[in-house]
Design a binder for this molecule. Structure first.
Ligand SMILES: [Zn+2]
Length: 245
């Protein structure tokens, strides 16, 4: 289903992926798990997305239900995969949830970077809390948000095993309030307007969790390492043709 100009949404197993028309080529935001990948790709094809023009895959974070089918997609379509620099680090302490290996990621990004492909330009926002490697991809006034927030204010699951951090989550949502973003495209649920109410509901949920059952998360949740001060931001320009084409 086209949910914005050149933005196509597909869903199965409650996982949502997006295909973005970059002008003759397409980028995906997340790919979901292996179990539902064929169904989602089939929906995109039915919407007119030529899967042979999928040249890039942006990962919001390393969980199976967002990145589980990366290896399979790389085998079949060879898109360049872009993820946060901590995405593969996750594998070292949380292999049960993390399908990404170094060899599956072509480019790593961090807070403040820009990724350009064809006619589109994405701002990278590192928004840890749900996981240390969570990236929100801003395209114009839209935000591809993964598990950070749904339209109704629902937040992502928190678990110390995959590095959730209440303090990080709170500051990420507070930054979300200040972003020039009007529309949110989450990794689960419907896309729609990003309202102050929904972000404040998310903050309320984080605070409620911290008060009710957050002692472990508060004690063990460590802030994600931020971009080192001496590392400048960069612009990654992705080609709109596949390797070897
Ligand atoms: Zn997740």
């Amino acid at each position: 289903m086209e949910v914005g100009p050149g933005i196509y949404r597909a869903e199965s197993n409650s996982e949502v992926v997006y295909a973005l028309d970059c002008g003759g080529a397409h980028a995906l935001v997340d790919v979901g798990g292996e179990a539902g990948v064929d169904e989602k790709l089939g929906q995109l094809e039915a919407d007119g997305v030529d899967l042979d023009t999928v040249v890039a895959l942006f990962i919001t974070h390393c969980h199976q239900d967002h990145a589980g089918a990366v290896a399979r997609l790389r085998e079949e379509k060879s898109p360049r995969v872009v993820a946060h620099r901590l995405a593969c680090e996750q594998l070292r302490y949380c292999p049960a949830y993390t399908p990404l290996e170094d060899s599956m990621v072509d480019y790593t990004v961090d807070q403040g970077d820009t990724v350009e492909i064809g006619e589109l330009s994405f701002q990278v926002h590192h928004m840890p809390g749900h996981t240390p490697d969570t990236v929100a991809w801003q395209l114009g006034d839209g935000l591809f948000a993964g598990d950070i927030l749904r339209c109704d204010g629902t937040i992502g699951w928190m678990d110390v095993h995959w590095g959730s951090c209440i303090g990080d989550y709170r500051s990420s949502l507070q930054r979300l309030l200040r972003l020039p973003v009007k529309r949110i495209y989450p990794g689960h649920g419907e896309c729609g307007e990003l309202t102050r109410d929904s972000v404040e509901e998310g903050l309320h949920r984080v605070d409620t969790l911290a008060q009710a059952d957050g002692s472990l998360l508060t004690a063990m949740g460590r802030p994600a390492p931020r971009r080192p001060a001496d590392v400048p931001t960069k612009i990654v320009r992705l080609p709109t043709v596949l390797p070897g084409a």
